[in-house]
Design a protein around this ligand. Structure first.
Ligand code: BGC
Ligand code: BGC
Length: 766
């Protein structure tokens, strides 16, 4: 018997049978009992249930499962896929009934007509309900979203620092906790799948997604990716506060030759395997349920068409068994952008045969499903390949418990509001990286007489960056999240006898570009500066995401450097706080600053995190997770360049000052079996308690064509009270020294120098 809806509708006689079967399936779902079909039997494994369901599915249904559609394509005006109106039954019917689509996503900014946690749950519930009622076997949809720094599309949700700030913390416990908090918020809105973490390796400040990777260091990135996957998925992804993770974007995405998003990366085998692959391996080993593919190409081959990378490397070498999802429109782009396919049909054949299981179509469902059906019927994509893809999708749906609990509770969603505020503040403070300090910091909160100025001092929009409410940032009027700006954080932190004045320093709105208005705004700040003891100037960038964020200069905008120059010329100490998604080229202004703090994109509580560090409530412990070059002409520049390549940045990878001084002594090493063991004594010689991350780098004595000039092999974060001395042990498997050369990946024998700060020791590897 067929459950096909078309059959039900056209054959009057069968209608009753179909209706009864659907009702039976529904009934069994509620009872969770054995009465219904085998796939509803919860005593079977997800794999057994998927097989049972797959056995009765039509090709149309299977193809539907492989289709993911953006929420905006279900809203408002059917002729406008970007209209954010209320859900429209006519398009719901087209996507979820006619096309049997099995997955919905909310891309950046694809929120309900009214953006609130409750409205999100009501929207996802309504879509889910519609799917359950209209899908031939009542298969629930899986809903995905980019919750990359908290549940960042949802107005009312707390947003955490973006990943590149978190990389500076070297704190996997924190990464796990943030991911876990995010998962709870996401699941509460009826969403089961998070397109996070970004496992791409940071390479180039020109790239518009510079703030999304954790680190330029493969080891650190891998540690943070694994912790994030673990925090999102937990031990049981079916729990009501867990979601499926996605390690993205496999692979080489972050290294476009041009520095522009979604372009070609020329990578040697060594770069691919030693630099880009490790964080993906860690994500896969941590059990990530899904992987998203790089929109660009590697060595001229679009990754979406690369069977070698997707099936060869990801599946066969890494042993990844989960679901592979395309990125946004990336199958059709094999034709329309990359030009490697003649037609959309060819593109579909290429991508599905390369190993893509689900297509983030995400606008035109019919365009995708009809063509996929056609190429299967023509024999260009085998039914086995379809079954393999659909089985993975179904297994994930069963693991997530979607058949048992397809809907979320809108009341629970309201708990999101105001949650995790303490955690967000702690996280922001921990990312803070002190670049310069002549002793001006920390400021005295009791007696401060401060000017606070700069375009990012009182801007929630700037401190959240891209992927916040909107794709390009929180730029929709009336939809700016609540939180604490730097100005507010400072005002709240100071004592009653302190004086804090805020003067913007730059004009806003229509006057922003007017030279006379700029001059006037600057003069007002300078006047106030003359009556202040110190100046906190908060500068940086407006928000951006992806291609629109690409830059050829990475410069601090001129109006801001002029403001800093004028303030620095007063002779008053200027504390520069940088809020940006990348290192900025501003050497002269950094030279003239009394202190400089990299605040990254610190999230809704970022202003408190900044104030915590400015006034010394928190001793800064961030260490740059990326190299800060002197000029954009140095890009791409990373500490793990090859031997003999220049490395003369403004701030090296790992740079970060403290309010206290940590001294190292007695670095000793030994090898034991497969491990290298080290001990190092760290002493806090200052008068403040503080956290500190010991970074251990390896370099190879003598020439090597494959071992980088410097590689981070281990780290350890500790907290020391004033005067405390502690001997810490660090160890790492010798494998961590392995490099890829013509002969595959292996450790080159020889002497390796291991360095922590000024201390070093050597080990001999035979
Ligand atoms: C981005 C992905 C994201 C997807 C869905 C794409 O443009 O590259 O990182 O997950 O959109 O929003
Ligand atoms: C969506 C994003 C997506 C991007 C891709 C935007 O309109 O909102 O989520 O990543 O398009 O180009």
């Amino acid at each position: 018997m067929s459950f096909r809806r078309a059959t039900c509708l056209s054959l009057v006689l069968l209608t009753l049978v179909c209706a009864a079967a659907v009702a039976a399936a529904g009934g069994a779902r509620e009872a969770g009992a054995q009465a219904g079909p085998a796939w509803l039997d919860t005593s079977l494994t997800p794999e057994q249930r998927a097989d049972a369901l797959l056995a009765v599915m039509s090709l149309e249904e299977k193809v539907g499962q492989m289709t993911q559609i953006n929420a905006t394509a279900l809203q408002g005006d059917p002729t406008n896929p970007w209209d954010r109106g209320p859900l429209n039954d006519q398009i719901l019917d087209d996507v979820l009934n006619k096309n049997q689509a099995g997955s919905i996503l909310s891309g950046g900014g694809a929120s309900p007509a009214v953006n609130s946690p409750r409205a999100w749950t009501e929207m996802t519930n309504k879509i889910q309900q519609f799917a359950l009622e209209h899908q031939q076997h009542g298969i629930p949809i899986i809903y995905g979203i980019d919750a990359v720094h908290g549940h960042n599309n949802v107005l009312g949700a707390t947003m955490f620092p973006h990943q590149f700030g978190l990389g500076a913390t070297y704190d996997t416990r924190l990464a796990r906790e943030l991911a876990s908090a995010t998962a709870g918020d996401v699941r509460a809105t009826g969403i089961h799948w998070d397109f996070a973490p970004v496992a791409d390796l940071w390479r180039d400040l020109r790239w518009g997604r510079s703030y999304e990777p954790f680190s330029e260091d493969p080891f650190t990135a891998g540690e943070m990716v694994a912790a994030t996957v673990d925090g999102l998925q937990g031990g049981d992804v079916g729990s009501q506060d867990k979601v499926a993770a996605t390690v993205k974007h496999f692979i080489g995405y972050s290294a476009p030759d041009s520095g522009r998003d979604r372009e070609n990366a020329t990578l040697t085998e060594r770069e691919l395997r030693d630099e880009h692959l490790p964080s993906f391996i860690r994500g896969v080993d941590a059990g990530a349920e899904t992987v998203m593919i790089n929109s660009g190409s590697v060595n001229g081959v679009p990754v979406h068409a690369s069977k070698e990378l997707i099936t060869g490397v990801l599946r066969e070498e890494l042993g990844f068994e989960g679901l592979v999802i395309s990125d946004w429109e990336d199958i059709i782009k094999l034709e329309t952008v990359h030009g490697v396919a003649e037609t959309y049909e060819d593109a579909i054949v290429m991508a599905i045969n390369a190993g893509i299981d689900m297509s983030m179509v995400p606008l035109d469902a019919t365009g995708f499903t009809t063509r996929l059906i056609k190429v299967v019927e023509q024999g260009d994509v085998s039914i086995d390949r379809i079954d393999e893809a659909v089985r993975r999708i179904l297994v994930l749906k069963f693991r997530l418990g979607l058949f048992e609990r397809p809907l979320a509770d809108p009341n629970r969603a309201e708990d999101i509001e105001g949650a995790h505020v303490g955690l967000a503040r702690e996280a922001a403070a921990e990312t803070m990286t002190l670049l310069e300090n002549d002793g001006t910091l920390p400021l005295d909160r009791g007696r401060a007489n401060l000017l606070v100025t700069g375009p990012s001092a009182d801007s929630m929009v700037n401190q959240l960056g891209g992927w916040s409410i909107g794709w390009q940032g929180a730029t929709v009027p009336g939809e700016v999240p609540e939180g604490v700006t730097v100005r507010e954080g400072i005002e709240d932190a100071v004592g009653r006898n302190a004086r804090v004045r805020f003067v913007p320093g730059v004009p806003s709105g229509d006057a922003a570009e007017d030279p006379a208005a700029q001059e006037e705004a600057r003069a007002a700040a300078v006047r106030r500066a003359q009556n202040s003891d110190a100046i906190v100037a908060v500068v940086g960038e407006p928000p951006y995401a992806e291609g629109p964020g690409d830059t050829t200069t990475a410069a601090l905008p001129a109006v801001q450097s002029q403001l800093l120059d004028a303030l620095e010329a007063t002779g008053k100490p200027v504390v520069v706080v940088v809020i940006s998604g990348r290192p900025l080229i501003m050497n002269q202004q950094l030279d003239g600053a009394a202190a400089a703090l990299m605040a990254y994109l610190p999230g809704t509580q970022g202003g408190r995190g900044v104030a915590d560090v400015l006034f010394g409530r928190v001793n800064p412990s961030g260490r740059l997770s990326v190299t800060w070059p002197k000029g954009v002409d140095q890009a791409p520049l990373t500490h793990d360049r090859l031997q003999g390549e220049d490395y003369d940045p403004r701030y090296a990878f790992g740079h970060g000052l403290s309010y206290t001084r940590f001294d190292y002594s007695g670095l000793d090493s030994s090898t034991s079996g497969e491990d290298v063991r080290l001990s190092l004594t760290v002493r806090n010689r200052g008068r403040r308690a503080g956290e500190h991350t010991v970074l251990l780098f390896a370099s190879k004595r003598g020439a090597s064509e494959a071992f980088p000039a410097s590689r981070l092999v281990a780290y350890r974060k500790l907290r020391l009270l004033p005067g405390d001395r502690r001997t810490v042990s660090l160890s790492f498997p010798i494998d961590r020294l392995a490099v890829t050369s013509g002969e595959g990946k292996a450790v080159e024998p020889g002497r390796y120098e291991l360095t922590a700060g000024e201390r070093s020791t050597t080990v001999q590897v035979r």
